[in-house]
Design a protein around this ligand. Sequence first.
Ligand code: PLP
Ligand code: SF4
Length: 316
Amino acid sequence: MRTVRDATSLHKAAGVTIDDEQASKHAHELFATRVPQAFLDRVAPGDLNDPLLMQVLPQAQELVKDARSSQDPVGDRDAIKIDGVLHKYQGRVLLVTTGACAIHCRYCFRRHFPYSDSHIGGQRLQAAMNYIKDDSNIEEVILSGGDPLSLSNAQLENITQQLCSIGHLKRLRIHTRVPVVLPDRVDDGLVDWLNRIPLPTSMVIHANHANEIDQQVTSTLHRLYETGTLLFNQSVLLKGINDSVDSLSALSQRLFECRVIPYYLHLLDQVEGAMHFNVDDHTARTLITELRQTLPGYLVPKLVRENPGQKSKTPI
Ligand SMILES: *Cc1c(COP(=O)(O)O)cnc(C)c1O
Ligand code: SF4
């Protein structure tokens, strides 16, 4: 399937005209455009304020400097134990399985992350496995990235087979945006792979707006659910995209229809080039309070921020 990989093609495909075409191209040079057709199909043509288009369109605002932002807002560089292993929290390690993602989200906190030299490709896999084997306090491994479902089924199988032979691991987790943005990737082989994982497994998907979940995504999530994988969702609170009670409530309800429980609603990681998406703490708290008065408790995500050096995400 087609993937749009530059600003001008995206403008055409979405039927929008940009005032500052040059700035949009410059933003693309800093962080490449990448939008799978399946995601683009859910964008309303001609609408610059479309909540899906806004997540992927390179914009002039990305070039604005903001003193509050940095290139590594969550302290990932300090948490790298060995290449591809982020160990910040007790009992859990995050494996950067690949630098590749199916989509490039403009707000991504990893837009400046040195992926190319810190993932567990090739020779580094063995070192990562040894790190996990040597620390019996690690109970859960999170396959992350990039997006782990950018790997082939055979590569995934290889990683989880090795992990499942480590006696002290109790849980596996997969952090992925692929079921939402590239549902075709969830093929028979991937479903077989999930069915065969002997450890209790959860998958945390990433959708920010109800419009992201169309019929094809719904049936993909049903297939995943049938493997017995527990499904959760994390979102980022994004100005102009999902910063209203109606939008957040619609998202939670859509997720539940797909058997997915809302897990985290993240405040924006203050990364350079994404500050125009920032929602302040006060507004965020008010939204969550109102959401709690609207929905059953299990459909209200936990509002959190990631602070460098903390032992967990910080509840707001
Ligand atoms: C967010 C995160 C986790 C997972 O945290 P949970 O609260 O268990 O969801 C684990 N490791 C790292 C490095 C993280 O950033
Ligand atoms: S899918 Fe996740 S890691 Fe990849 S660009 Fe989007 S937010 Fe970043």
